[in-house]
Write a protein that binds this ligand. Structure first.
Ligand code: MCA
Ligand code: AMP
Length: 454
């Protein structure tokens, strides 16, 4: 038979169209079968169909999963809003994206036809080094390609029960943690919060966590031992400290699988379920992804496992671009490669080691990416603050903690400044430490020398 242009595309959330299954999604507020989810999401799709873009308050609930699934069925791009976003951050996300906030109703509707795979699925806001967060436009095709590559890498099937308690407004918790379950057909248990106790009780075969979560589990031996029956423990979003890797291996009887990614590229490099695991390393590129290292001049570096270079990525999982003024602005590719901003080594065997970020102005705290500039701007909005410089300092639990050096013009307490930022931005963007100083170290050009703050 000739291939027809009219063939319906393969659904992004494939499993929803399969046979019904009880307890396909379990979250703190509700448990849904596959067909209950499909029916409720089809109602959402009917209610919002035709909208240009929609914002969903991304609480860790089944209600959020229904709303986002409904928008994806309808082909309406979703902006997930962190539920704790302060007023400044929330206003920016809504104004910048032009999205209106989804209100749950009880509309009914048929399952809509599958949208064009090239269409945008999500607009994910993420921090740059300066200014407010940028909306990363991620297509349905990129998500499908990434989830299929990860399903292959992790032997992730409908026999799995995926358990995690990650936020539903980032790639890790939403794309992998929800859409991955709905595409592979595995059960999903969302624990609400990613505590060791909740993970121990979830009965998963497959667990996702950021290093802070795994570090708390490794420090809770009884809960860690409860994960022994699991098939695969996966860590990502930040570097997994080697002692945490070793602690998990000892307590759970298995070494964690590490994988590396970014909002802009999705997950690009991973260890394999049936392969070697190496502490401090994140594995090899997943299917459909190529990587390379370049030097300061942009010339490719031979992968020798020692030479550190700037990591670039290309393939089917890359962003469409950044949302700007209602259109999609170019992603900033260099000869088709996305410059990750991370520095790494690649071995002759293809194994990647992430050394860190090229810029000190992107901080990773608890797995969250936070731009120093956004926090500095929030501090400078306080009437008592004259100057502010924000850096990440090493922290046992969070990886890095946000530390602000502040010059005051009039009296203000440290707690007051922390709460001021937390009210404007998401709570995890608040400084954990404020150091009041007489002046900031500056070079002759007047630029703050952050290396001297360390
Ligand atoms: C504390 N709180 C405050 C304040 N202080 N609220 C307002 N003002 C304050 N001054 C509240 C918080 O809102 C929160 O409230 C509670 O205190 C705890 O907050 P916090 O201390 O920030 O949380 P934590 O316990 O330290 O969190 C650790 C964590 C969290 C659970 C591991 O960092 C986390 O969920 N991280 C996941 C990040 C993630 O998913 N990243 C993926 C990015 P309440 O209790 O009400 O909430 S995607 C990515 O990186 C790529 C693609 C990849 O590779 O995956
Ligand atoms: P985000 O945009 O929040 O998705 O953050 C992406 C960044 O997280 C990457 O550029 C890396 O700096 C970091 N990251 C993600 N996974 C890992 C990992 N396994 N090891 C080290 N860093 C990671």
């Amino acid at each position: 038979m000739p291939v027809s242009d009219n063939l319906a595309p393969v659904p992004l959330l494939t499993s929803l169209y399969g046979p019904d299954r009880a307890a396909a999604v379990t979250a703190p507020d509700a448990t849904l079968s596959r067909h209950e989810l499909l029916e409720r999401a089809s109602g959402v799709a009917a209610a919002i169909g035709g909208a240009k873009i929609i914002a969903v308050e991304a609480t860790p609930t089944a209600a959020t999963i229904v709303a986002i699934t409904g928008a994806l069925l309808a082909g309406v791009p979703v902006v997930p809003i962190p539920p704790d976003a302060g007023h400044v951050e929330r206003a920016h996300l809504l104004t910048d994206s032009g999205a209106s906030v989804f209100e749950a109703g009880d509309a009914k509707g048929d399952v809509p036809p599958e949208p064009d795979p090239a269409a945008p699925a999500l607009v994910l806001y993420t921090s740059g080094t300066t200014g407010p967060p940028k909306g990363v436009v991620v297509s349905r095709a990129a998500i499908a390609a990434d989830l299929d590559a990860l399903a292959a890498a992790w032997e992730w099937t409908e026999d799995d029960t995926l358990a995690h308690g990650l936020p539903l407004y980032h790639v890790h918790g939403l794309v992998l943690g929800v859409l991955g379950a709905l595409r592979t057909g595995s059960r999903l248990v969302h624990t609400g919060r990613p505590t060791p106790q909740a993970y121990a009780a979830a009965g998963g075969t497959l667990y996702f966590g950021v290093p802070t979560v795994w570090s708390r589990i490794a420090a809770a031996p009884a809960e860690a031992r409860a994960l022994r029956p699991a098939r695969l423990l996966v860590s990502g979003s930040a570097a997994l400290p080697v002692p945490v890797y070793e602690g998990l291996e000892k307590l759970t009887g298995q070494a964690p699988v590490e994988r590396y990614g970014m909002t802009e590229t999705l997950i690009t490099v991973s260890a394999r379920a049936d392969g070697e695991r190496r502490p401090g390393h994140v594995g090899t590129p997943v299917t459909g992804v190529e990587t390379r290292l370049v030097d300061e001049q942009g010339s490719p570096i031979e992968p020798d496992g020692v030479t550190i270079g700037h990591l670039q990525v290309r393939g089917a999982t890359l962003l469409d671009g950044y949302l700007r003024g209602g259109t999609v602005a170019p992603a900033g590719l260099v000869d088709g490669w996305y410059p990750t901003g991370d520095v790494a080594t690649i071995g002759p065997d293809g194994w990647h080691r992430i050394v860190g970020r090229a810029s000190t102005d992107l901080i990773k705290t608890g797995g969250y990416r936070v731009g120093a500039g956004e926090v500095e701007d929030a501090l400078l909005a306080h009437p008592a603050v004259q100057e502010a410089a924000v850096i990440g300092t090493p922290h046992d639990d969070l990886g890095e903690q946000i530390t602000a050096f502040v010059v005051l013009g009039s009296a203000a307490g440290e707690r007051e400044l922390i709460d001021f930022v937390a009210a404007r931005l998401a709570a995890h963007k608040r400084p954990r430490v404020i150091r009041l100083v007489g002046e900031l170290p500056r070079n002759p050009m007047g630029k703050v020398q952050k290396s001297r703050l360390r």
